[in-house]
Write a protein that binds this ligand. Sequence first.
Ligand code: ADP
Length: 532
Amino acid sequence: MNKQALPVPSRIPWRQRLQFRLIASYGLLVLIVLSLLMALVINAVYSVQIDQAEHDLEVKALLAANALEDPLSGYSSELEEYERRESHDGKESDDGEDSAGEEDDAGDQGLTANAPGTNGLQHLANRYAQQDGLWVTILDVRGDAIVDSRGSAAAIGNQLLTPEFQAATQLVEQHDIRTDPAGDVRYMFAAAPVQIGDNLLGVVRMAQPMSDVLAPIRGLALTLLLAGAAALALATVLGIFLARRLVRPIQRLQETALAVASGDLSQSADIDSIDEIGSLARTFDYMVSELQEMIRRQRLFIANASHELRTPLTNIKLRSEALLTLDGEDPALSKRYLHEIDSEADRLGRLAATLLDLSKIENREPPPPEAPTDIRPMLLDVARAMRMRMKDAGLTFAVSVEELLPPLSVRANEVETVVLNLLDNAVKYTPPGGSVTLRVETEQTAGRTGVAKIVVSDSGPGIPPEDLAHIFEYFYRVDPARSRLQRGEGTGAGLGLAIVKTLVEQNGGRISVSSTEKQGTAFTIAFPIPSR
Ligand code: ADP
């Protein structure tokens, strides 16, 4: 026998193990879903946060602008004064005079580039800046900084073209996020116009570092990340648990398979889950039970075959010993023993031939289906050949074969063997005066092209119900005492019907039997009629 090496489970590299693959794919899936969810949440929160911060910043700029516009505050007059000076200076052309004045006021505040007479504005800018941690700049109508909360108005370039300045002068709300070139820090900018009547006096611009704007989200992102990591860890633990549960029955099945392979057929996988693995385990258990049954039948076959062979051999041995003892003393008895030896040898020969036939039929590759053949002539030949035997046995023999019997996909010679066997049994078991019938007819079946039925019936003793289920088994014989024939008078070894059944099935047909004790037996064979 070609024995292969047993697959040993521990040799599977860990990365190839089902358990690892399941956990890895499950974990990866959870990771992807969690990341996507987190990205979506953070994105949504980011948008809301930016909108909120923009709104807040614009409101603060507006409030500051309102404060500047209030005539009672004095800021507006400072602004107007500044404007007047600027426009006056502009008319007088640049001669550097005002830069001296600038220094006077700036020195007062410790600032480097403040316009003169703008202390109030500077205080205001500083107050708003301190209050909300903002960067506040008050710009004139040309986009130049008048005061700056960081104290470097002169360092701030012209802001005329910035989106927030443009928006403020056109009285619309808009924010901008960009990097401050001076400090390489990203800011959110918003601005509001300072107006007295229709007269635009300047623009208040507020900026908040993006790190402050996004600080609340950073906390949220961290929380989400921690929650995600916890969820992933939980999912992995759950995955390990599920994978173990899934893999354990497979391991159990493998252990059982190994035990069965080493010859212990009493093992069963015994897995009662209703999933595919449970179903596989039940199929496996079914396979093992079928295997057990097959082995049991084979053992029985061998026991029966040896028994059948031993009986005639014993008979031969007894008679040959008697012959030796007689040593030619009783010629008549010696002759009788010689005849009996001859007949037992014939019986042995027949048995050997039948066993050989059976082994050939059982072990061959079933031949491919035949082209449809007309079996009517063969059936009529068989009936003709049997007529004489029926007459000798004192039986009436009725034959009816449908005239228009359609061709069948069968091997005619094998069907002939089958019909001959059944007719032979009918003759053997039906007492004289009885009748035997061979009837061949077609029958329509629902949704199919129909079947051709060959029925062999007799009016013999019938088969007891308890035997009926077994008569197609190897070596099965109904108790000979109930039959009119005694052993040796023509009964076979109980193999005829087993051969008949195998041949019928190998030709695509089915055989069934019905019998009533003391009334008779009918064997029915049905072959499907091939569609044209
Ligand atoms: P055998 O070679 O002994 O006839 P078979 O396999 O042909 O073996 O038949 C099995 C048993 O079935 C027979 O021993 C017989 O008892 C019973 N049997 C078969 N055909 C008939 C029949 N037509 N009427 C009654 N009994 C039958």
